[in-house]
Design a protein around this ligand. Structure first.
Ligand code: SF4
Length: 245
């Protein structure tokens, strides 16, 4: 008898407009192996903490289908946290979504890759891959983990021809310098699967969650990225012929 997977879900958003194309039903998963200094969802980090919601795939699909008429040009996005900590559930949920004709997008750090995760990618239409930094030391400082796994993940997406959008957060004093931005653009340029780059300005919107959780905020005192610096970063990437958002 097939075991039914159960998803530990942090929250649901029925009309998401920033996590993939069109209007999307966004599922925030509980649990993440990274600890990005700028993370605005620290309340998703612990998978062992009591999740707000436990869903079986067909029950979550039922929630999605209440909004199906709005999702025809959009679809469903799994984000977090790190959805790939729960590959069985994401695979089963995406499989059901696709049977309903819904586009599936996966937002991931690319830190995990296994045979089960490859099964998730088989039923994923679009990957939103967060690339944190190209410099190994900076990557470790920013996220707490080495940069090798996301590179292997991107290589797998390239091998399998999976449509990919890259997301990169620009943080003043860390990733906001021309050398880092040029290095990232040069690193990404050979990958044919990359359809778009989303450059995301560092902001401070998650700070109150750190206070609520009693966790020191690593970037206390840092100002958000200015519009001028964001525009400047966009110009750098445009020189490499990327489509920028
Ligand atoms: S990968 Fe995402 S959820 Fe995990 S710590 Fe980094 S920003 Fe937060």
């Amino acid at each position: 008898m097939k075991t039914i997977s159960t998803g530990k879900i942090h929250s649901l958003e029925s009309f998401g407009t920033v996590d993939g194309p069109g209007i999307r039903f966004v599922v925030f998963f509980q649990g993440c192996p990274l600890r990005c200094q700028y993370c605005h969802n620290p309340d998703t980090w612990e998978i062992s903490s009591k999740p707000k919601y436990l869903y079986e795939p067909d029950a979550l699909l039922k929630e999605v289908l209440r909004y199906k008429s709005f999702l025809s040009k959009g679809g469903v996005t799994a984000t977090g946290g790190e959805p790939l900590l729960q590959p069985d559930f994401v695979r089963d949920f995406f499989t059901l979504c696709r049977k309903e004709g819904l586009h599936t997008a996966l937002d991931t750090s690319g830190y995990l890759l296994s045979d089960k995760i490859k099964e998730v990618l088989d039923v994923t239409d679009l990957v939103l891959l967060d690339i944190k930094a190209t410099d190994p030391d900076l990557h470790k400082t920013l996220t707490g983990v080495a940069k090798d796994n996301p590179v292997k993940f991107l290589n797998y997406l390239e091998e399998t021809g999976k449509p990919t959008w890259i997301r990169h957060v620009i943080v003043p004093g860390l990733t906001d310098n021309d050398e880092q931005l040029e290095a990232l653009a040069q690193f990404l340029q050979p990958y044919k699967v990359i359809e778009k780059i989303e450059l995301l300005p560092y902001h401070r919107m998650g700070i109150h969650k750190y206070e609520q959780l009693g966790i020191p905020y690593p970037l206390a005192g840092l100002d958000p990225l200015s519009k001028e610096r964001l525009d400047h970063a966009r110009e750098i990437f445009k020189r490499y012929s990327f489509t920028i958002q």
